[in-house]
Design a protein around this ligand. Structure first.
Ligand code: FMN
Length: 281
């Protein structure tokens, strides 16, 4: 990452910004973002991802065409990615685009993921048959510049809006909560995942650690049927995994993702296997 801030700091700084100023993104910052977007981290199955920065005109703004709902004020710049179809394309999309979200945060920009948008507004990106563009990210200058204390307070509020460890992370089986003591050096990557954004803050992540091994199985819990239908929860999974991975990588915890070694356990109806992190002991 091209910034002096750590992944942990960027995760703490990021929040869903829903009011932007009229100030255009300065060419130098835009240039940096475009540069970052040109070299995305790989999708979970090595899918290619193309990322576009789309800027709306004043006329577009007055018609408010880009977004389905008007909760976001002055949305002028959009990160719109395209991912090749695969059986993990939604997860890969979240995984790769969230990396850029954190890079945008490092550049001082605000961001907000948007699952309910108008695809025809972005038809210029030229989607091919084997590609999808399942969500976008609004970016730009936040209307209110937050002081450090402000950011800290906001982060504390966000932390309390997240599910507790005992509802997300498990040790050996899905009835035994994982404690930070047992998670050890993986405590921070898991905490970064916990702070990730998710559609409607639904936090669909369930992580099961194998006993005595740095192997973590990631599952998606269907929390909201509407979000699930639009695959937003699959995107949420990828976003959480991105936070986990970037922090693990920064902390020199070696490992790799696989998607074909689910643990042999019986799963409750609303739980779906996504991927496993195979950490090197
Ligand atoms: C895939 C995805 C889709 C989202 N869609 C919307 C949206 O359509 N409108 C919106 O205002 N926020 C949207 N959000 C933002 C979430 O509501 C937000 O991340 C969550 O409430 C947590 O708050 P935080 O991002 O400030 O930590 C979306 C988030 C994700 C990850």
């Amino acid at each position: 990452m091209n910034s002096k801030k750590t992944v942990k700091e960027l995760v703490q700084m990021r929040y869903s910004c829903r009011t932007y100023t009229d100030t255009p993104i300065e060419p130098a910052i835009k240039e940096k973002l475009i540069h970052e977007a040109a070299y995305p981290i790989k999708g979970l199955l090595g899918e290619y991802i193309r990322i576009n920065l789309v800027e709306s005109t004043d006329e577009d703004l007055s018609t408010g065409d880009a977004l389905e709902y008007g909760f976001i004020k002055n949305a002028r710049n959009f990160i719109v990615g395209i991912v090749q179809n695969s059986n993990r394309s939604y997860e890969s999309y979240g995984y790769v685009i969230e990396d850029l979200v954190l890079k945008a945060t490092a550049l001082g920009l605000g961001t907000c993921w948007v699952g309910y948008f108008n695809p025809s507004f972005f038809s210029s990106i030229g989607l091919k048959e084997n590609e999808i563009s399942p969500a976008i990210v609004v970016t730009g200058h936040p209307a209110t510049k937050r002081s450090f204390t402000d950011k800290f307070i906001h982060f504390a509020a966000r932390a309390s809006s997240r599910k507790k460890w005992n509802r997300l992370f498990f040790d050996g089986d899905l009835n035994t909560p994982l404690s930070p003591e047992i998670a050890g050096e993986y405590t921070e990557p898991l905490e970064m995942l916990r702070m990730a954004p998710s559609s409607g803050n639904s936090q669909p992540w369930i992580v099961l650690k194998e006993k005595e091994k740095p192997v973590f199985h990631f599952f998606m819990r269907v929390v909201n049927k509407n979000y699930h239908k639009r695959h937003l929860q699959n995107i949420d999974m990828g976003i959480g995994m991105c936070h986990f991975f970037l922090n693990a990588r920064e902390n020199k915890l070696d490992g790799e993702w696989t998607i074909n070694n689910p643990p042999e356990i019986s799963l409750p109806e609303n739980l779906y296997y996504t991927a496993s992190w195979n950490g090197k002991p």
